[in-house]
Design a protein around this ligand. Structure first.
Ligand SMILES: *Cc1c(COP(=O)(O)O)cnc(C)c1O
Length: 351
């Protein structure tokens, strides 16, 4: 068709499968196996449906922004809220990666980054992780890039970078924005948020999808210097001004208020992860030490592809990528202890 040459073409991001059957064990998209806080449930029940008549408030004026600002000891004007961190990250790419120089990110990382770079026509260069799947900080220093982004801990490897190394990267790139995607920071890592006091080119991105058990609520946010956040809002409001729906804005507040529940479920997931690492090692798997709610594992004898398929026959879903360097690895989300026991039982039959 003639008009096709004028289409913006992109190879889309492929999310993990969302099987529709009820009785599957779903360890493929890093969702939290526990429900959201009981305070969220209470708020849903108390919600006034009539309010849906009205457009939502601007996120930065909502109690959620105030709650997050208080939580992180920053000003409300330092918080940007979006429809999941995917929305926040997408807007951050559009806003800050506007140079002719390439943006740098690792070769093995969150597979949405190259998709956003492609759709927004942002030049980029991937920097190979070392043999142990660690980010090589030297690759990001003194290279005159158009920006830097990576998750800490990295996905899908779970490998954590020290904040002293992150600081060197931020410092060396003061003429561009450095985005640290802390989707998994609540599972044992230390946030680089305190660096905001020293550097105005740092943007830290967080999500409610993993550690706060609210992937379906679609809430993400960024914390940064006031000016950075202002630029982000300018772009966001030029794309879609009413971005967050009313229920999400209300429920997010409850999730943040219930700190005790949040600590409890994160603690449980970390304990299950540590037990799972011992079980997997005993079954002949190797993996880098994980700081996420998942383990990135490879088996000494059986290929990842084969294990993936045999688990699926048993209705256990994990994640596998047919991608160079990682095609013999499986990313296994940490579920409940019972779900993990079912996984280990299945693996004992397979490997
Ligand atoms: C899950 C994930 C996100 C996106 O999460 P949302 O559900 O859109 O908030 C962003 N970055 C990384 C590294 C992730 O793993």
């Amino acid at each position: 068709m003639k008009w096709e040459e004028n289409v913006r073409k992109v190879v889309p991001y492929v999310p993990g499968e969302q099987p529709q059957e009820k009785d599957v064990i779903k360890l493929n998209t890093n969702e939290c196996p526990y429900p959201p806080s009981p305070m969220v449930e209470k708020a849903i029940k108390a919600m006034n449906y009539e309010e849906l008549r009205l457009y939502p408030e601007f996120p930065e004026e909502t109690p959620l922004a105030a709650q997050l600002a208080e939580y992180h000891h920053v000003k409300k004007s330092q918080i940007f809220i979006g429809v999941g961190s995917d929305d926040v990250l997408s807007m951050a790419f559009l806003t800050f990666f506007n140079s002719d120089r390439p943006v740098f990110f690792p070769d093995i990382t969150y597979s949405f980054y190259d998709v956003w770079a492609d759709i927004y026509r942002i030049p980029y260069e991937v920097k190979p992780l070392d043999g142990a799947f660690h980010i090589r900080k030297e690759d990001y220093i003194g290279k005159n890039c158009g920006g830097v982004i990576f998750p800490n801990p990295n996905a899908p490897t779970g490998v954590l970078m020290e904040n002293t190394d992150i600081e060197e990267i931020i410092k060396a790139n003061s003429d561009v924005v450095v985005i640290i995607d802390e989707a998994y920071i609540d599972f044992g890592g230390t946030s680089c948020l305190p660096l905001l006091e020293k550097y105005d080119n740092l943007l830290v991105v967080r999500t409610f999808s993993k550690s706060r058990a609210m992937a379906g609520g679609r809430i993400g946010y960024a914390v940064g210097n006031e000016k950075l956040i202002q630029y982000l809002n300018d772009v966001k409001y030029s794309v879609n001004s009413y971005t967050m729906n009313r229920p999400a804005l209300q429920l997010g507040v409850e999730a943040v208020r219930d700190e005790a529940y949040f600590q409890e479920i994160c603690g449980k997931m970390i304990a299950t992860r540590e037990r799972s690492e011992r079980e997997l090692a005993a079954l002949g798997f190797t993996f880098p030490k994980s700081y996420g709610n998942f383990i990135f594992a490879s088996h000494e004898k059986v290929t990842a592809q084969e294990i993936f398929e045999k688990l699926k026959e048993r209705r256990i879903y994990v994640r596998h990528w047919n991608k160079a360097r990682i095609d013999n690895y499986l990313r296994i989300t940490i579920g409940t202890d019972e779900q993990m026991d079912a996984l280990f039982a299945a693996l004992r039959e397979i490997v």
